[in-house]
Design a protein around this ligand. Structure first.
Ligand SMILES: [Zn+2]
Length: 413
């Protein structure tokens, strides 16, 4: 399995310049190739990415001699990226999945068609093939540049596949992809259901809750102030760039706080449970709802799902996605009665058939677990040997009769 480790770099001013040049070369090659493609289209010719790359390599010495100042991976990857961008565009067109445009594009192209990369908007980034760099302790060796200091050592052992160097909020990072030889262990945990929400980020079927810390919300005032400052400055001026950098740092801070919380949660859950039931939420649909959008993106449900998927694989467990139409919130987990008129405002509700009083999120999490166990009967066998299967009365109280996980991965009976 491939794993990536993102490491911050301590760069000297010369190294900063080199990285910026390499990113510039990538952007230039991408834009050159797109312009050539459009030119060929207007003449009715057909060109391939391979053909464009050959043409670029023939003329670069004469027309763009500065590309030799950086690694040759920088322009090469641009052609692969453009090829991918075209592949995505044609796939969307074929499937009729092109995004809707609010107004026609200035360049007159259809939605999803590759765009020229702008100096202001493009994220600074370039690629290094695995034979073009090496890692030794805290040192990253880059061709025509030398040794760059990494703030951490590479965490994974294995064959190094590639690296991407990118800039974010004024820092440079390297993301190193490593093919890790990893024997997937047999997971000894039981099962769990997770209910994701805005009030509580995640509620587990064992009653554990992870608070939604609403990082973006808490930092909103500063971000809004900086955004306003940016919009009042002349685009591209010195002060504009200074302000843009501050804004990027503020956003980066929020992203780090959020990632920290999510990683701690997903690691804890993936270590402790062999089968994780998770509702397959329609995040895109929820983001389209303007009232919900900020809260939903702040809780980052999609990232929770992504982390749980790869971490449970690493620990030998599995994630069972539960259909988004499954009525997890309004079905009583004790007797199966469905409260049809449950609204979003009802945090606590009583079952009219068996009289159990439910915490909305907790009940949903238990229902998700039951549904996941129904879908994966063989894991159910493993899980049920470890615990009494979810059924009613003994689970509805706060005292949990089954396994309690204290430290991640350690089971206390
Ligand atoms: Zn009931």
């Amino acid at each position: 399995m491939n794993r990536s480790h993102v490491i911050r770099l301590n760069v000297t001013p010369e190294q900063d310049t080199y990285f910026r040049k390499a990113c510039g070369v990538r952007r230039h090659a991408f834009n050159w190739a797109l312009a050539r493609w459009k030119e060929a289209r207007s003449k009715g010719e057909r060109v391939t990415m391979r053909g464009l790359r050959t043409e670029y390599n023939q003329i670069k010495g004469e027309q763009f001699p500065w590309v030799y100042e950086t690694t040759k991976c920088a322009p090469e990857q641009a052609f692969a990226d453009l090829g991918q961008a075209f592949a995505n565009y044609w796939r969307m067109k074929r499937e009729g999945a092109q995004p809707k445009l609010k107004r026609p594009r200035k360049d007159g192209e259809e939605a999803g068609f590759p765009r020229f990369k702008s100096k202001k908007k493009d994220r600074l980034r370039f690629y290094l093939a695995n034979d073009k760099f090496s890692v030794d302790g805290h040192t990253l060796h880059v061709p025509k540049l030398g040794d760059v200091n990494m703030t951490e050592e590479l965490r994974f052992q294995g064959k190094i596949m590639s690296a991407t160097i990118s800039s974010r909020a004024g820092w440079w990072f390297v993301s190193i992809a490593v093919e890790v030889k990893h024997e997937i262990p047999t997971h000894k945990g039981g099962s769990v259901g997770i209910d994701l929400g805005i009030k509580t980020l995640a509620t587990l079927s064992n009653g554990e809750k992870f608070e939604n810390q609403k990082h973006y919300r808490r930092n909103l005032a500063r971000i809004q102030g900086l955004s306003k400052g940016l919009s009042r400055k002349v685009e591209g001026s010195q002060n504009w760039w200074k302000n843009a950098k501050k804004l990027a740092k503020a956003h980066y801070r929020v992203a780090c706080q959020r990632q920290d919380l999510l990683h701690k949660m997903s690691t804890k859950v993936a270590r402790a449970y062999a089968l994780i039931g998770l509702e397959d939420l329609n995040v895109k649909g929820m983001l389209a709802n303007h009232c919900l959008a900020q809260a939903v993106s702040d809780a980052s449900f999609f990232e929770v799902k992504r982390q749980l998927l790869y971490k449970s694989e690493q620990y030998g467990g599995s994630v069972q996605l539960v259909d988004r139409w499954f009525p997890s919130s309004k079905t009583c987990h004790a007797c199966g009665w469905v409260k049809e008129d449950l609204t979003l405002a009802d945090r606590v509700w009583g079952c009219e058939q068996c009289g159990t009083v439910h915490d909305r999120d907790w009940n949903a999490a238990i229902m998700v677990e039951i549904e996941a166990l129904r879908k994966v009967p063989d894991v159910a066998a493993v899980a049920s040997s470890e615990r009494t299967i979810a059924c009613g009365a003994e689970r509805s109280g706060p005292a949990l009769g089954e396994t309690v996980c204290c430290e991640a991965g350690t089971k206390v009976l």
